[in-house]
Design a protein around this ligand. Structure first.
Ligand code: PBG
Length: 327
């Protein structure tokens, strides 16, 4: 009697690197990557961010240089965050034509033209003295509808400075509609909206709060960001944003929410982005520094997982380096 051997042998397609390349279902391209960058007002040299080794708060000059390097590496877009020198209750510098993001946008628009897609995080937390993403009520809550007017005005200021895509991240109800209306009224009908549609209240934003100097001075963001327990709610947020005119939608964070990325990607007909947030970056960097994992393999593996889950664009602090690794 002859031994019975398997007829189906999936290992046949794993025999050589060439075979594995041939049958690979998922590939991340450099142009799928978007680099988030921080520009800070009133500093003379770039500030390294302790909890994010390799990431800096840039001066206007160092921002230009790093943005150039990213574009030369083939990165698809840049997401800009501004850190003003002084903050107040209403985040006044967010929509000041001479505010730091507006100045930096003009620099990048004139340097890079159409070679990249310039995006801005549209929120108030980097600009308010209290660190919340909106205006406060008398009792210390966040005033949804008063905040919408601020967002509309910030969108117009960013559009005037040359942004191609605004990305509202404050999780206020109706923010996409308010921003679309404000942009259209001001004649910026071509400026697109990438909404942070499903944004969770996450511990993985920890290092970002150092980077953008925006930790809330009291309370937390759980009354506007989503509860990690919920998935249906994410689909509802996405539907609402699309109905209000979002051109693209984002899920954030990514790694702990790849199920949400996959569900959203299956349910919509627009490009889906996912944000590999500061805490994900810090985890891998810290483990690699200890020799606990292979850094570059871990980077490429996480990016591949995002793409496999259905993310079209991936926002990652590794964008420039990863573009080189993926080439
Ligand atoms: C809000 C904003 C945050 C991040 C991006 N936009 C912070 C927050 O919501 O608390 C986090 C990004 C990251 O952790 O990398 N403007």
């Amino acid at each position: 009697m002859t031994a019975r051997f398997p007829v189906a042998r999936p290992r046949r397609l794993r025999t050589t690197p060439a075979m594995r390349r041939l049958v690979a279902e998922t590939r991340v391209r450099p142009e799928d990557l978007v680099l988030p960058m921080f520009v800070k007002e009133g500093i003379d040299s770039p500030n390294p961010i302790g909890s994010m080794p390799g990431v800096y708060q840039h001066t206007r000059e160092s921002l230009r240089k790093s943005a150039h390097e990213a574009v030369a590496a083939g990165v698809g877009g840049i997401m800009l965050f501004g850190i003003p020198e002084s903050k107040d209750e209403r985040g006044s510098s967010a929509d000041d034509p001479e505010g730091i993001v507006q100045l930096a946008l003009r620099d990048l628009a004139s340097d890079l033209g159409d070679d990249t897609v310039l995006m801005t995080d549209l929120c108030l937390d980097e600009y308010t003295s209290h660190g919340h993403c909106g205006l406060l009520t008398d009792t210390g809550g966040v005033d949804n509808d008063a905040t919408l007017e601020r967002y509309g005005s910030i969108a117009v200021a960013q559009a005037a400075a040359g942004v191609a895509v605004v990305a509202p991240s404050g999780m206020m109800d109706g923010q996409v509609g308010a921003i679309r209306t404000a942009l259209d009224r001001a004649g910026y009908t071509d400026v697109a909206i990438l909404s942070y549609a499903a944004k969770y209240a996450s511990a993985f934003y920890g290092p970002f709060r150092d980077a953008a100097e925006c930790a809330p001075q009291f309370g937390d963001r759980s009354s506007y960001q989503q509860d990690p327990a919920n998935a249906l709610e994410a689909l509802r947020e996405v539907e609402l944003d699309l109905a209000e005119g979002a051109d693209m939608v984002m899920v954030k964070p990514g790694l702990a929410y790849l199920d949400i990325v996959a569900k959203v990607a299956e349910s919509v007909r627009v490009p889906v982005s996912a944000y590999q947030v500061s805490g994900e970056y810090a985890m891998v960097e810290a483990a690699a520094r200890n020799g606990w994992l292979e850094r570059e393999r871990a980077i490429v593996e996480t990016l591949t997982s995002y793409r496999r889950a259905g993310a079209r664009q991936i926002l990652t602090y590794w964008a420039t380096e990863a573009a080189g690794l993926l080439r």
